[in-house]
Design a protein around this ligand. Structure first.
Ligand SMILES: *Cc1c(COP(=O)(O)O)cnc(C)c1O
Length: 384
């Protein structure tokens, strides 16, 4: 456990976000809470507990290890869906026994699912993922006939729960044509399944950006990750929301805050280099503070010389390269700064806010990356 910093999770912020999303989406659209990547850095166990308290009853994960972690918290109170990796033979038994739902995007997984279902005498609950243009996972057109026949032949062992796909970059309007095409392809494949009397229980395609930018992709279920944590998939999605809804305040609130304290303070003379190598030279006499957080804790090295933290209510800039366990920030303008003062890496202090995106404006994708890099060993505190 790293106790040189801690994370606070604000359960009221989650309540605000989930209420906004429920209200915004069409009626009867189920929200699946996406908690892969350690719940985008928030910690699966803590976040799922917060979500359950707001009656979230569907969680999506990447692999069976994450599914087990969610299961340990929800027990039988929610549905769990694996969207990615599983080890066919080893994991399937546990998955099927526990009613965990899972994506299938290759023949072998479907064959193994049926074999395991036969063996344990319980149906496997599958979501057939189809290729519509992302070119990542999903059955190709040429495989669909095989899939359809296989589903027909094995109704005794399979529940055809979902027909799904994933959109390739719905957060950027530059991808408009590609996404529209994906939606068309999805619908035409869906029709073909229906004509063969293979009607899935759920249709789903949307992540946060898809659900916001292309409401027709909400279908029966939306898989919401980033927005439930209080972040927008991109500035374009937020602006689109403002423009279409004639709103101009952000309805989402960040759940996570990351706090530490000043480890020591020292003075540096003009012309001296700070830290390893020569990436930062003091252009004047200055005061610097040491922060006991580095890349080993998940504070990305790419924030060297650009990251910001809040100390004594002021924004302070990271100087030099981020070290494994420490970084330096300039605090020349703070007359009273001393060891033990609170440092906010993400969150609020006095009237100032530091969002994750405030140090990743140049790339919204960094939001996702920076959050998921936060070390799972940092203690989390749930604020009720
Ligand atoms: C991560 C993921 C999502 C959630 O994406 P957000 O942009 O965080 O809402 C949805 N579907 C799939 C398949 C994913 O991998």
């Amino acid at each position: 456990m790293h106790n040189n910093s801690h994370l606070e999770l604000d359960s009221n912020a989650f309540k605000t976000n989930i209420n906004f999303l429920r209200h915004h989406f069409k009626k009867n659209v189920l929200i699946s809470s996406v908690v892969k990547g350690n719940a985008y850095g928030h910690s699966i166990e803590n976040f799922v507990e917060i979500a359950l308290a707001e009656n979230v009853n569907h969680f999506s994960v990447f692999d069976s290890h994450e599914a087990r972690r969610v299961k340990s918290v929800v027990q039988d109170k929610a549905t769990i869906m694996i969207m990615g990796w599983l080890e066919n033979e080893k994991d399937l038994k546990w998955i099927i026994e526990n009613n965990i739902e899972f994506y299938v995007f290759e023949k072998q997984r479907l064959i193994s699912a049926v074999a395991t279902a036969k063996k344990i005498g319980k149906k496997a609950i599958v979501h057939i993922e189809i290729e519509t243009g992302m070119n990542r996972t999903g059955f190709n057109n040429s495989e669909l006939k095989w899939v359809q026949n296989f589903l027909k032949k094995n109704t005794e062992y399979l529940v055809f729960k979902g027909l799904c796909t994933h959109l390739a970059g719905a957060e950027s309007i530059a991808n408009f044509v590609r996404i529209k095409k994906q939606i068309e392809v999805y619908n035409s494949i869906y029709d073909k399944f229906c004509k063969l009397n293979l009607k899935p229980i759920q249709k789903h395609a949307a992540c946060s950006a898809g659900a916001m930018m292309y409401p027709e992709t909400q279908m029966d279920m939306v898989r919401i990750g980033i927005m439930q944590y209080g972040f927008w998939p991109s500035a374009e999605v937020l602006v689109n929301y403002y423009n279409t809804k004639k709103k101009n305040s952000d309805p989402l609130r960040r759940i996570i805050s990351w706090k530490s304290e000043v480890m020591s303070v020292k003075k540096v003379k003009r012309g001296e280099f700070v830290g390893y190598g020569t990436s930062f030279m003091a252009d004047d006499n200055m005061k610097i503070a040491l922060v006991p957080v580095g890349y080993a804790h998940g504070y990305s090295r790419s924030l060297s010389n650009v990251g910001r933290v809040l100390i004594n209510g002021e924004r302070c800039v990271v100087i030099g390269t981020i070290n494994m366990n420490m970084m330096m920030v300039e605090v020349t303008v703070l007359p009273h700064v001393k060891r033990g003062d609170e440092i906010v890496l993400i969150g609020n202090q006095e009237d100032k806010t530091l969002s994750v995106s405030s140090f990743s404006d140049y790339s919204n994708l960094l939001n996702y990356e920076l959050l998921t890099r936060i070390s799972p060993d940092i203690p989390r505190i749930i604020l009720k």
